[in-house]
Write a protein that binds this ligand. Structure first.
Ligand code: PLP
Length: 479
């Protein structure tokens, strides 16, 4: 017998093809039934307890058949919020493109080393091509812009923060202060803490009535800090806040940062890829002023979870903040024009992260993504229009992206009426979610509890939004 066939770790060709067929068939069956799956977790509590208990135990000495293990996985995956489906309109759903999952299977099976360019130059070029496209074509940064693919927006914000800190403060970080809008994602403050910037040096800048950072307030704070002997080093604007999709005044923020010699980072985890549409480009004008931009392909590029990006105007600065060297790597030379991503990010060993972005873009073409994003913008505009027409509801902000927040309108002025309306808003939220089909969440903006509907998954279409609108109308009528 072939020695390889004797090892269960090295299945023969027929076995491999059979394994892949079994798994892909499960996936295809799952996706075929996805449209009607409830979004809420429907597993009974006892069944969930049994399931979690079974998965908390360790592996057996001898293996089990793939089919029975896939049955177990199917049960585990079924015990979940339906984050691949069309009716998840809470948080930032992305859906997860099938083509990207296949790309991932391919690169994982070939297991190319994704960190040092010399280990797989052409695949590194592929990843670099994806990054240059994001930097130049998507964000409008000048030629030379590139970056690093990360595991998400939070790690991209962390690398941006470390780069800004290193570039503007060097080693002496004790007096550094940074400026970020009140509506920014919490990962910015988390990144600052990890990067050694104490909470007391994070300046949270108030926002205006449209939830955009008040740049006069920021400028004043920067001046006061400088006068007090501190060292302002970073301005963080948001292109699409998570709660409402508000976009900070990017051009003016870029001007302020330039005037004050601050690093200008834009967190465009939500809004960045909407620049593939005309409306998105217009609404995020000024993004091209950024020194660095966070993007999240697992949001508005619909990729499966686990892919973010940080793109920068000057990759040398990113590299300066992240480089290192190790004797074990000394034989792997630099590859000239191609970057070693170990020097641009936090990680060393990792997969090639470009293929999972590249394959969907090349297979479907940009037009497919533009159309899908335009559809989501249209759907959010429809939500806003219909909800605004209901006199019982208050819809404070026209959506710049695809998140619409609303609340039950108080019947009169005064604290008691406001409290009643807030209680009614929470009852309405429960009613929208009651049948388990769609899922929306509440959020708190400027001290106010609101229901937030976010249309972002590629599988979410008009009929799904109509279903939610019907549930809102029924819930409002029953208040
Ligand atoms: C989602 C989001 C993040 C965090 O991204 P993860 O990929 O979840 O880590 C950061 N900023 C904004 C504006 C976001 O919407």
């Amino acid at each position: 017998m072939d020695i390889h066939r004797a090892s269960p770790l090295e299945p023969d060709q027929g076995t491999m093809a059979g394994m892949a067929h079994l798994v892909t068939q499960r996936v295809v069956d799952f996706l075929a039934a996805l449209d009607d799956r409830p979004t809420h977790v429907t597993t009974a509590p006892e069944a969930e307890a049994r399931l979690t208990e079974s998965f908390l135990s360790g592996p057996p000495e001898n293996g089990a058949p793939l089919e029975s293990l896939m049955d177990r996985l199917g049960e585990a995956a079924g015990n979940a919020i339906e984050s691949a489906g069309p009716r998840l309109m809470a948080a930032s759903p992305g859906g997860g493109l099938y083509s990207s999952a296949l790309a991932e299977f391919y690169t994982r099976a070939l297991n190319r080393y994704g960190t040092l360019a010399a280990a797989s130059p052409a695949l590194t070029a592929l990843e670099e091509g994806v990054l240059r496209w994001m930097a130049r074509d998507v964000c409008g940064l000048p030629p030379g812009g590139s970056g690093v693919l990360t595991t998400g927006g939070s790690t991209a914000n962390l690398s941006a923060l470390v780069t800004a800190r290193h570039d503007r403060l060097g080693e002496d970080i004790g007096q550094g202060t940074l400026y970020v809008g009140e509506q920014a994602h919490y990962s910015v403050a988390k990144a600052a803490r990890i990067a050694g910037i104490p909470q007391r040096h994070i300046r949270v800048i108030p926002v205006d009535g449209d939830l955009r950072m008040d740049l006069d307030a920021a400028a004043e704070r920067i001046r006061a800090d400088r006068a007090a002997g501190l060292r302002p080093f970073l301005l963080v604007a948001t292109a699409g806040t998570t709660d409402t999709g508000a976009i900070d005044p990017l051009t003016d923020a870029g001007d302020l940062a330039a005037r004050e010699e601050l690093w200008f980072h834009v967190d465009a985890a939500y809004g960045g890829f909407f620049r593939l549409t005309a409306r998105g480009r217009e609404r995020t004008a000024g993004l091209e002023r950024a020194d660095s931009v966070t993007l999240d392909p697992h949001k508005a590029l619909f990729l499966p979870f686990g892919t973010g990006a940080l793109v920068v105007r000057d990759p040398a600065r990113l590299h300066a903040a992240h480089e290192g060297s190790a004797p074990a790597l000394q034989d792997v030379g630099a590859s000239g024009v191609l970057p070693d991503y170990a020097g641009r990010g936090i990680e060393l060993s990792r997969e090639n992260r470009g293929v999972r972005v590249w394959l969907p873009l090349h297979l479907h073409g940009l037009s497919a993504f533009r159309a899908a994003l335009d559809e989501k913008l249209d759907l959010a505009a429809r939500l806003h229009r219909v909800l605004s027409a209901d006199p019982r509801l208050d819809v404070p902000w026209r959506p710049e992206l695809t998140a619409v927040a609303f609340a039950v309108r108080p019947e009169s002025a005064g604290t008691a009426a406001r409290r009643d309306a807030e209680a009614a808003t929470l009852r309405l939220l429960d009613r929208i979610n009651a049948d388990g089909r769609a899922m929306v969440h509440s959020t708190t903006v400027a001290g106010r509890r609101l229901i937030r509907v976010c249309v972002l998954a590629h599988r979410t279409h008009g009929e799904h939004v109509d279903e939610v609108l019907d549930a809102i109308a029924a819930g409002t009528a029953a208040l």
